[in-house]
Design a protein around this ligand. Structure first.
Ligand SMILES: NC(=O)c1ccc[n+]([C@@H]2O[C@H](COP(=O)([O-])OP(=O)(O)OC[C@H]3O[C@@H](n4cnc5c(N)ncnc54)[C@H](OP(=O)(O)O)[C@@H]3O)[C@@H](O)[C@H]2O)c1
Length: 315
């Protein structure tokens, strides 16, 4: 499926309210910018007020009338997720979200780190926090056609394994192909399992997923930033960057397609259409085979509810 789909194809977002995590940087910023250009109102939580406000100011430079709500959210801390969700629910007591885009993430932290809740930082930030956020805000999502939950995964998910004996990397820690890949596989599993459950309930809300290919953002340095000069990821980034990567704007297009295109399918997964899905325009992406197993998905869902202390409110 070649689409030649660009930001020009985004339908009007007038009157739609969108929540995007990680919108102060990289792909999330460009996702927010393009949706703001099309008239969406955007809730834009970042780890600090300063970061959220400076992202809002940068969007307003391009879209002076943008409707933006800077907010604070640390996905690696479940109390922050709960407090943020509570503020949103108080501010908008009626279901009023058209789009919830789980974009924020961190990659390849060189040494195992634990969050304040005692969970491995990549698993917590990339998966547990977004699961809890989506569950806590599910009743804020309008129960109508056009409402979508979007989950940003990665091609790294194909290298991932859900290791139930080592979910928090307590036995072994491998920054990229262990912990990061597992967290992104968990994202893909979450997307498919949530869609499965929504379909069973005949919900009009759909779930889509996307990955940006290889996009040059802060991701390559923010996690491994303190890994030293000879870090292999850093070297790979430098060597491969000119040939195989794309900019953050292009990296945002699969998310934008998944979030807005009328042809995006329930449970669909989208990424760049070029070599190895590294760069290009949005197209259907190849999903990790391990993301399709309902038994793994169901077990992971149950454990995630226990770890986060949040029940997903699906009757
Ligand atoms: N770039 C790629 O090639 C690539 C490839 C595959 C998948 N992805 C995925 O794309 C998504 C966006 O990444 P990006 O490339 O745009 O990287 P980025 O520029 O580093 O942006 C990541 C965003 O996530 C936020 N974030 C990190 N930890 C957080 C936390 N604990 N709580 C709340 N927000 C947090 C960051 O906030 P701060 O600014 O405060 O750090 C930042 O806004 C991620 O899910 C990543 O896994 C990217």
């Amino acid at each position: 499926m070649k689409t030649n789909w660009t930001a020009q194809n985004i339908p009007s977002q007038q009157g739609r309210r969108v929540l995007i995590t990680g919108a102060n940087s990289g792909i999330g910023f460009h996702t927010a910018l393009e949706l703001a250009r099309r008239g969406a109102e955007i809730i834009l939580p970042a780890r600090t007020t300063e970061k959220a406000e400076s992202a809002a100011a940068a969007i307003r430079q391009e879209v002076p009338n943008a409707k933006l709500l800077p907010e604070v959210l640390d996905l690696a801390e479940l109390s922050s997720v709960a407090a943020f969700a509570e503020r949103i629910l108080q501010r908008y007591p009626q279901p009023s979200l058209d789009l919830l885009i789980n974009n924020a993430g961190v990659m390849a932290i060189p040494h195992r780190q634990l969050t304040p809740d005692g969970y491995e930082r990549q698993f917590a930030t990339n998966y547990l926090g977004p699961f809890a956020l989506t569950a806590l805000l599910f009743r804020a999502v309008k129960p109508q056609a056009g409402s979508r939950i979007v989950i940003v995964s990665s091609t790294a998910s194909k290298m991932g394994k859900i290791d139930f004996e080592n979910l928090q990397s307590e036995r072994r820690y491998s920054p990229m192909w262990g912990a990061y890949a597992q967290s992104k596989l968990a994202d893909s599993i979450f997307a498919i399992e949530l869609q499965r459950r929504l379909t069973a309930l005949h919900s009009p809300v759909i779930v889509t997923a996307a990955h940006p290919g290889y996009a040059i953002t802060n991701l390559q340095t923010s996690g491994p930033g303190d890994a030293g000069f000879l870090n292999p990821l850093r070297i790979a980034t430098k060597v491969l960057k000119p040939f195989l990567s794309q900019d953050a704007h292009h990296g945002a297009l699969p998310t934008l397609f998944a979030a807005t295109d009328p042809s995006a399918e329930p449970g669909g997964y989208y990424g760049p259409d070029g070599f190895q899905e590294l760069k290009g325009l949005p197209a259907k992406a190849r999903i990790a085979a391990a993301a399709l197993d309902p038994a793994t998905a169901s077990k992971l869902w149950h454990i995630t509810e226990q770890l986060t202390g949040v029940q997903f409110p699906l009757a």
